[in-house]
Write a protein that binds this ligand. Structure first.
Ligand code: F6P
Length: 566
């Protein structure tokens, strides 16, 4: 900011014109730029040495989560300025608008009420004049009744045998959430039931899920918010054909009714597909696909872990919702995590964010977060359609520790790019891990702590030399450090802890979208590819000429056809 042309503070003016000020022209943004320049290359070593209280002041306990933010490239002033920016961009106003059912998804004119999915039975959450909590609990009860039957082996297939394999067919939010949560909570699941998650329109996905399945004991959950998604409907139609062929019951509605249930907002399409809508578990257009696994989309999870554990998970979500709605900015964990991302993306040129769970059960958590974060904030226009002039959502990626240490951590430690990372770990392993394997847990967690330490503090040339590293190798064996991490610790990966974690990231993504002024709740960017695939397919299948293909794509189609016929 040029000192002679100060921009007004939002709190001071509060008027509409002020609200339209571009993010990067705000007083608070400019103040952060100045602060960043002042910090220069201040090292975490210096920040820790200068401040014995740093860890205490940068650690937070929310519910079952202990979060250590101290290894981030921040000072007290950074936090103050980031919170000023959150205030100026009215994150809290947008949050309150979301929680009170306003149509904050402006491009689709929809409310955004995933928080209602975990609202306690006695609460009231209105949108468009209607309290949605009773319908949420009606569906949860419907799911519970069904899940209990499958778990009790009293849900029988067409031949009278109980269902023992559940195959979820869905994609995006109708797959990633339930698949991730099922893996996360496997120790709580009924191990006598088998679960498969089929998403890809590559026929191999369905094939592998069914290759060893017995049709008589297989149940399909077809999950699709719209029930028009090409991949899901194609796979579901194939699954129906497989089932009816195998049971020798073509056209048998009762067989479909015993072996297919649907999760959707679209009863008409469910009925058109041939699934009895009494076996449909409903959700609503105010639940975004990537925010939906705690809705009926979680049906396979509920079957796996049972209604009580599922409700425990919802209680975890709700705890974090309450925290986000009420905690002061300085102690509001999703707000602070969100603002850290603004800091790294906007002022440190970080383009990616790594999520590194030291938990085998959270192996799919980064993939789940990819959709949550990148489909939400991978935008380059503001809510009113103006282009953004600042970095928005990062590339989110990661795999479980310690595997990543032997793959890409080299770049995290010594590469030229800054990659802020979240390290997630638990004090105790899963409850059903046998005693002889429990001992390995300390080794796993020692690695988490060691990586955070090495990334933050590195190893200086002097330290390397003092450890008898030969002089010519010192540059290679020096670690610069100053690589930021946030550590999230909990006692155990329970259903409630999973709920808290997921809600934490949901709200973090919300905060960032609010500051960047993008609509985090639409996904128009996925439409063009879908439409083009529909146009290209006839060229592949029927050899039709497709007018208007660009030269490269036309040539690739030609190659594809010739390869196919070899
Ligand atoms: O194509 C993107 C998307 O619309 C996601 O947002 C959604 O989670 C996924 O497709 C699946 O959609 P549906 O649940 O309607 O099948």
């Amino acid at each position: 900011m040029s000192a002679s042309t100060p921009l007004p503070r939002a709190e001071a003016t509060g008027d509409r014109a002020e609200a339209a000020i571009a993010l990067d022209r705000r007083y608070e943004w400019k103040a952060l730029e100045e602060h960043r320049a002042q910090l220069g290359s201040t090292h975490l070593r210096e920040l820790f040495d200068a401040d014995p209280e740093r860890v205490d002041r940068n650690s937070l306990r929310v519910g079952d989560l202990h979060v250590d933010l101290s290894k981030n490239l921040v000072t007290d002033r950074t936090w103050r300025l980031l919170i000023d920016l959150a205030r100026a961009t009215r994150v809290a106003d947008l949050r309150d608008a979301m929680l009170s059912g306003e149509h904050i998804n402006v491009t689709e004119d929809r409310a955004v009420l995933h928080t209602a999915l975990r609202a306690p039975r006695e609460s009231v959450v209105r949108t468009d004049g209607q309290d949605v909590v009773p319908q949420v609990h009606r569906v949860l009860d419907h799911m519970a009744g069904f899940a209990e039957k499958v778990r009790a082996r009293t849900w029988l297939g067409r031949t009278g045998r109980p269902v023992t394999r559940v195959v979820n067919i869905g994609i995006g939010g109708s797959d990633l959430g339930p698949a991730m949560a099922y893996e996360a909570l496997r120790p709580y699941s009924d191990r006598g039931l088998e679960f498969r998650f089929v998403s890809n329109v590559d026929g191999s996905d369905l094939h592998e899920a069914l290759i060893d399945a017995d049709p008589a004991t297989t149940l399909f959950v077809v999950a699709s918010k719209t029930f028009t998604t090409q991949e899901t409907i194609t796979n579901a139609a194939e699954a129906k054909r497989w089932l009816l062929d195998a049971l020798g019951r073509e056209g048998d509605d009762e067989a479909v009714a015993r072996h297919f249930v649907a999760v959707s907002t679209n009863a008409d399409e469910v009925a058109r597909f041939g699934i009895d809508t009494t076996h449909m578990f409903e959700f609503w257009d105010w639940v975004g696909g990537r925010y939906s696994y705690d809705s009926a989309v979680g049906l396979p999870l509920m079957i796996a872990v049972g209604p009580e554990q599922f409700r425990e998970m919802l209680r975890g979500f709700h705890l974090m919702d309450e925290h986000f709605a009420t905690a002061p900015a300085e102690a509001n964990l999703p707000l602070l995590l969100g603002m850290l991302g603004i800091w790294y993306g906007g002022f440190h040129e970080a383009h990616t964010h790594a999520v590194l769970p030291y938990s085998h059960h959270l192996a799919s958590f980064p993939a789940y977060l990819q959709q949550l974060d990148m489909e939400s904030n991978g935008k380059s226009v503001q809510r009113d359609g103006r282009p953004v002039a600042w970095n928005t959502g990062p590339v989110v990626w990661g795999t479980p520790g310690t595997n990543g240490q032997h793959a890409y951590f080299q770049l995290l430690h010594q590469g030229t790019r800054l990659v802020p990372a979240d390290l997630i770990g638990f004090a105790r392993p899963g409850p059903d891990l046998p005693d002889h394997l429990r001992g390995q847990h300390d080794l796993l967690m020692a690695n988490l702590f060691a990586q955070g330490q090495a990334l933050a503090f590195g190893r200086t040339a002097e330290e390397a030399a003092a450890e008898d590293v030969p002089a010519h190798l010192v540059p290679h064996r020096t670690f610069p450090g100053n690589r930021p991490t946030t550590t999230i610790l909990a006692g155990q990966l329970t259903p409630a802890v999973l709920g808290q974690l997921v809600a934490l990231y949901e709200h973090k993504v919300f905060v960032q979208g609010a500051v960047w002024n993008v609509n985090s709740f639409d996904q128009w960017g996925v439409q063009l590819g879908k439409a083009l695939a529909k146009r290209v397919e006839p060229a592949l299948t029927d050899g039709e000429d497709v007018p208007g293909l660009d030269a490269s794509t036309a040539s690739l189609v030609e190659q594809y056809r010739s390869f196919r016929h070899r």
